[in-house]
Design a protein around this ligand. Structure first.
Ligand code: AHR
Length: 528
């Protein structure tokens, strides 16, 4: 009997591990994921402005990234580099937030208008102490917007400016008869400009202040009262500063409460939220050569955007149940440790397939909150943080994030649709994430759209796609996929990460497709 004991024990241990591992195998199994889109259940419009850009006077974001000057050997139109303009046109950029960021609260608009001799050289104290030549100013900004077809989103200087300076700027921009309007005409633009968004300060609890929420409220009321748009072609939305992910939640409460009982003398239309994926401060995540654990951590932090927005929505719903005030997440994106050897304060970082996934997941979150989130601006457009475009003098490349934005273009102003699926899970050490993440919408052209991200970097996902109420007749799609999660585009290999067309077969009104690991896919579906 005694000799049997160890044998029984061994069999027991083997059986135990067999059960555990088969449970694991079951959990990781690859049975198809069924996605059903209900094309009759329309939700709110996914406002095109959630695909907005942010361009600050910071590092090579404006100078070199957008502006090279009319004398440059880099092909340009009135100083704006043609390659960057052409690439941005493809994104149908809805708006560009400018001139900051922290820079906005030390920006004095008069420094950047008039003849070259009238432009003032200043020091960009926030960003590396670089000389700010002010050659790119108000008129250049609007020329650039016009070239790419985007709306204006200007952040006015509350921190070091005055109510009068801000009011004058808006009058200069939008009036059709006044001394300031005449001055604008003399500077080359007789027609009033259209200003879609007017930000009243930026991060006023920090670089743009600092103010407590109550102190800012006093400023906000004054600035809002005197922020007059004179151009009846557009309803300028006034944007108040709200919280960021590191705190300042009291801003939402204080501003919304005041707004709900406000007098006729002031108003706002939106509250700004800032949230970066950056794992604390100073940013310590690396942009390239990261391992799967770091990948999973970044995705986990990114998904926290949902809770961040929800927390603000709960407060806003209390004071504004009709959802009149929009949320604009007017700064978001990855913020990694800067590229080694890059100048101090330039916030230069590479951009990998992981960033494309971060972008897609954020789009999906914004879309799910479309009834309140009506705008967002990725930080930042060119050469800074999670950029669409990187330049090196005359060279230019499109990042994986650019491609994610391009794939999502059909979602601009599309109607959100109900979608059902079991996401499954992807596990990496102690991080558990949804294996896939998807949204659906009805595009302006009537096509049904599906965006689906396979978060898992190792496993393909098989999808059985169908519509709840009708048959699919045809579908086209593109996917952004690379075999390495930290794949990047470089000036030597600028197209290493780029979307590929999908070959989609419809059978009995349904589609079966395989999502590559760590991929972003957008499909456009016909039903007629
Ligand atoms: O995008 C870089 C900086 O991040 C912005 O200037 C500021 O608003 C934020 O803290």
């Amino acid at each position: 009997m005694n000799t049997l004991k160890p044998i029984i024990k061994t069999i027991g241990i083997i059986a135990f591990f067999y059960v555990i591992s088969s449970t694991e195998i079951y959990a990781q199994s690859d049975s198809p994921i069924k996605i059903t889109i209900d094309s009759e259940k329309h939700g709110p419009v996914i406002n095109r402005h959630i695909f907005g850009q942010f361009a600050e006077h910071l590092g090579k974001g404006i100078y070199e990234g957008v502006w090279v000057g009319p004398e440059s050997s880099i092909p340009n139109t009135r100083g704006m580099r043609n390659d960057v303009v052409d690439a941005l046109k493809e994104l149908k950029v809805p708006n560009v937030r400018w001139p900051g960021g922290c820079f906005a609260d030390e920006y004095h608009w008069r420094d950047g208008i008039g003849t070259p001799e009238q432009r003032q050289t200043r020091i960009n104290t926030n960003w590396g102490g670089r000389e700010e030549p002010n050659t790119f100013g108000t008129h250049e900004y609007f020329d650039f917007l016009n070239q790419i077809g985007a709306d204006a989103f200007i952040s006015a200087n509350v921190g070091s400016g005055t109510v009068k300076e801000s009011a004058d700027w808006l009058e200069y921009l939008t009036a059709d008869k006044s001394t300031l309007a005449n001055e604008r005409a003399k500077n080359g633009h007789p027609e009033p400009y259209e200003v879609a968004f007017w930000g009243i300060g930026n991060e006023v609890w920090g670089c743009g202040g600092p103010f407590t929420a109550e102190e800012y409220l006093t400023e906000l009321k004054k600035f809002a009262n005197f922020s007059t748009n004179y151009n009846s072609e557009v309803n300028t939305q006034l944007v108040a500063v709200g919280p960021d992910a590191t705190g300042f939640g009291e801003y939402t409460e204080v501003i919304m409460k005041a707004w709900s009982t406000k007098s006729w003398a002031w108003d706002i239309h939106a509250l700004s939220l800032h949230r970066y994926t950056r794992n604390g401060w100073p940013p310590n995540l690396i942009a390239t050569d990261f391992d799967e654990q770091q990948y999973a951590k970044v995705i986990e932090e990114t998904l926290g955007m949902d809770e961040f927005i929800t927390t603000s929505e709960v407060i806003m719903d209390k004071y504004d149940p009709e959802k009149k005030i929009s949320i604009l997440v007017d700064e978001w994106g990855t913020w990694y440790a800067p590229t080694e050897g890059s100048p101090e304060g330039y916030l230069e970082q590479q951009n990998s397939q992981r960033d494309a996934i971060v972008a897609a997941l954020n789009f999906n979150i914004f879309a799910r909150h479309a009834d309140r989130v009506r705008g967002a601006n990725i930080a930042q457009m060119v050469n800074v943080l999670q950029a669409m475009i990187l330049t090196d003098n005359e060279k230019m490349l499109l990042t994986p994030t650019y491609h994610a934005f391009r794939l999502y273009v059909p979602f601009q102003d599309a109607e959100h649709l109900k979608i059902d699926y079991e996401a499954g899970t992807y596990k990496q050490d102690n991080v558990t994430l949804p294996r896939i993440d998807a949204i659906a919408a009805k595009g302006k052209d009537g096509k049904i759209l599906l965006a689906v991200t396979n978060v898992d970097p190792s496993r393909k996902a098989t999808i059985d796609l169908q519509l709840a109420d009708q048959k699919i007749t045809n579908a086209t799609g593109e996917t952004l996929y690379t075999s390495e999660i930290d794949a990047i585009n470089t000036f030597d290999r600028p197209e290493h990460v780029s979307p590929k067309k999908l070959d989609l077969k419809v059978s009995k009104g349904k589609i079966k497709l395989t999502l590559e690991p760590q991929s972003v896919t957008v499909i456009s579906i016909d039903t007629k």
